[in-house]
Ligand binder design. Structure first.
Ligand code: NDP
Length: 452
């Protein structure tokens, strides 16, 4: 043992709280990981001595900047932008950009921290980062979105690069916004490189990137069910959100013979007891991506469905499978209990940290199949990693090849979780498995670098 004080879990969490005042989401994410890692590190002095967890929980850097833009009426608007570069021990920083009024430094630090473990789990060489702004894209014209994206990139460009930091989309940032940002990057630097992922197919994008997070989450769910001799076919699923991740998770559930009962947005959820078919999912995609409408409009189009407003969440609808695919902390302890009471057997997180700490403890205690986002939603960043490889080699893989690679990667993540999360008696703690497998890879690389 070196001279460093060997703190226990409580001391560590208290220190994180003290050093990060007013950042509850970040503290929550670190605490969830620390609970498992302290267990794992118990007899491994090298990680304690090198203060590895403490170092991963201190971002390499947080860049914060002003983003000015003019709205259509000529008013000058001022937003804040950030890029959190958490850790690049195993590859360039990699993680999405989020545009949402709820974005704060705390939210982006939690996402960048989680991303570090998730990216390690994929087996691809990617570090962890995340960025965004408190800009609200809702109700803005296309020109306003373009001007904002250009202004955001006018500062961000100096902090990123194909071998430095490669952002992608997230909440509020889809193909359109990536296009505006890539255009501005190219205009400023005169470089056509793979500096962003989630690009259009004509300008360096990868097939199946759009579908990858939602599809990957269902592949992970399928792996968990298969390990127990079960299947998605014939099961009912409750899904939250109606964006990129939610609609593609719904699509894959339907393709595998399951029945999707709900979708939601921040105003409430729709419940369709007849099941949300592929045709209905296509209608929702058009509603959200083209008309930029609200999920409540679903009930005008499809009879038999009901809308539950006031920000209601879908977890009270009885189901076999639950997939939270909207945002952080959208499923609390009470809702976790309701899901269990109604017979839910498996939860796969499409969103990042959608279940709060209470809910996580309840799912773990009930020993159901519960996949944390850092494992089950890693399909998106995995295909982003494949987009980076295609850009470097200036080539593109076929759709079937990429589908197979995505399935393989999700199976690999599942197996890594089994390796470190097996608890005996046939129960796998997937949260623990994901945390330890992700930590070990990053930690061992950091040990090799010495004190940096
Ligand atoms: P989108 O912007 O496409 O969709 C987000 C959905 O979540 C919308 O339906 C939105 O409703 C809803 N939502 C957002 N904020 C809230 C809130 N505070 N309360 C209730 N509902 C909310 O984003 P994505 O589908 O890309 O992302 C969803 C989640 O998946 C996020 O946690 C993201 O970090 C995670 N993720 C995404 C990946 C990707 O590849 N896109 C990769 C890995 C994880 P509304 O329109 O009303 O805001």
């Amino acid at each position: 043992m070196g001279v460093n004080e060997h703190v226990d879990l409580n001391g560590f969490v208290e220190g994180v709280k003290r050093r990060n005042p007013g950042q509850p989401e970040f503290v929550q994410a670190v605490q969830e990981v620390a609970e498992d890692i302290f267990d794992f590190m118990g007899d491994k002095v090298k990680y304690h001595e090198a203060q590895i967890l403490r170092r991963i929980a201190e971002p390499d850097r947080v860049v914060s900047f002003r983003v000015c833009w003019a709205d259509d009426k000529g008013n000058i608007r001022v937003q804040r932008g950030w890029r959190v570069q958490n850790n690049n021990a195993i590859g360039p920083y990699k993680g999405g950009i989020r545009f949402h009024p709820s974005v704060t430094e705390s939210v982006l630090k939690f996402l960048a921290f989680e991303q570090t473990f998730k990216n390690a789990l994929t087996g691809l060489p990617m570090g962890g980062g995340k960025g965004g702004s408190n800009f609200n894209p809702k109700g803005k014209s296309v020109n306003e979105i373009m001007r904002f994206c250009q202004s955001f990139m006018t500062e961000l460009y100096r902090h990123i690069g194909a071998d430095v930091d490669v952002p992608a989309g997230d909440i509020g940032v889809g193909g359109r916004e990536i296009g505006f940002m890539f255009g501005q990057y190219k205009r400023i630097t005169n470089h056509f490189t793979g500096v962003l992922t989630g690009k259009g197919l004509e300008w360096g994008g990868s097939l199946i990137r759009t579908e990858a997070t939602g599809y990957g989450a269902v592949y992970f769910l399928q792996n968990m069910l298969t390990a127990k001799g079960m299947d998605v076919a014939g099961k009912t699923a409750v899904i939250s959100g109606s964006g990129n991740v939610a609609t593609h998770a719904a699509e894959k559930i339907v393709q595998l013979g399951g029945k999707v009962l709900t979708l939601s947005d921040s105003e409430g959820f729709i419940h369709d007891p007849d099941g949300i078919s592929q045709e209905k999912i296509d209608w929702v995609k058009e509603l959200k991506n083209v008309r930029r409408g609200r999920i409540s409009e679903y009930v005008n189009e499809f009879k038999g469905a009901s809308f539950h407003g006031g920000g209601a969440r879908p977890w009270g609808v009885a189901c076999d499978l639950a997939l939270p695919c909207a945002t952080q902390n959208e499923l609390n302890g009470e809702e976790a209990r309701t899901l269990l009471k109604n017979g839910c057997i498996a939860v796969a997180e499409g969103a990042n940290m959608p279940t709060d700490l209470d809910g996580v403890h309840i799912f773990k205690a009930a020993k159901i199949l519960y996949a944390p986002g850092k494992a089950s939603n890693a399909g998106g960043v995995a295909v982003s990693g494949l987009e980076m490889s295609q850009n470097s080699a200036r080539m593109s893989w076929k759709e079937e090849e990429l589908q197979e690679m995505l399935r393989d990667i999700m199976r690999g993540i599942h197996d890594r979780c089994l390796e470190y999360g097996g608890q005996g008696g046939g129960y796998t703690d997937y949260v623990k498995g994901a945390n330890i497998a992700g930590f070990k890879k990053v930690a061992d690389a950091m040990l090799a670098f010495g004190v940096v």
